[in-house]
Design a protein around this ligand. Sequence first.
Ligand code: PGA
Length: 258
Amino acid sequence: MPHINRKPFVGGNWKMNTNATDGLALVEAVADGIGNDSVDVAVYPPFVYLRDIASKAQGSNLVVGAQDCWYEAKGAFTGEVSTEMLTDCRVGSVLTGHSERRHVIGESDELVNLKTKAGIAAGLVTVLCVGETLDQREAGQTDAVNETQIRSGLADVGEGSLGLVVIAYEPVWAIGTGKTATPEDAQNAHATIRALIALMYSQQAANAIRIIYGGSMKPGNANELMAMPDIDGGLIGGAALTPGDFLAIIQAGAAQTA
Ligand code: PGA
């Protein structure tokens, strides 16, 4: 049976896009359009707009999240933002280990683990992103890369905290490129990740955790991806900047629960 009682999760990662005016208009359109709460929906605006956008989203079913965080509570970390600052601004979720942070900014598995633990400790829904590069895929290393990133990302995270964790499988070669993993390839990666969670924790934990797909998900492919038994939603970049596209993807998630 697909999606054993797992509520779909759809996140919109705005990356370094929008401005104060456009961001507020976008969040308003999304908050007004999501309807019932059959899908958990979050948006991840740039840090500087979080407080205003979270205020705008108050009273709706929309969670506002951050694209990153630092792992210390406060101190001499110029330019960084703590999870306490995020919760202070009514932020409810955080992304960790996004491929652009790993591969463009150069974050290590160890740093991703520290940030993941900080997100969980602050009670944030923590979306741990993993995925292989094109070279790694062509070398047949997809599952091995995912395993390394998940084992290190979740190091010292107990089973009792997994309710706050969502795993996003995002093949690096599919992000922002218009290329999407086939539903079958994505399903294989997701099933392998779920089996790994069963091995690391328990079958119950594996059945419960949401594993979402990211990488050029759009209205035209969201249905067939989310129809796969182990694909529990999506992390959306480009298509999250257009309310109609993002809402259509949320609808595809809702259709899985009908
Ligand atoms: P994309 O980005 O949908 O533009 O490929 C996905 C992501 O980076 O989360």
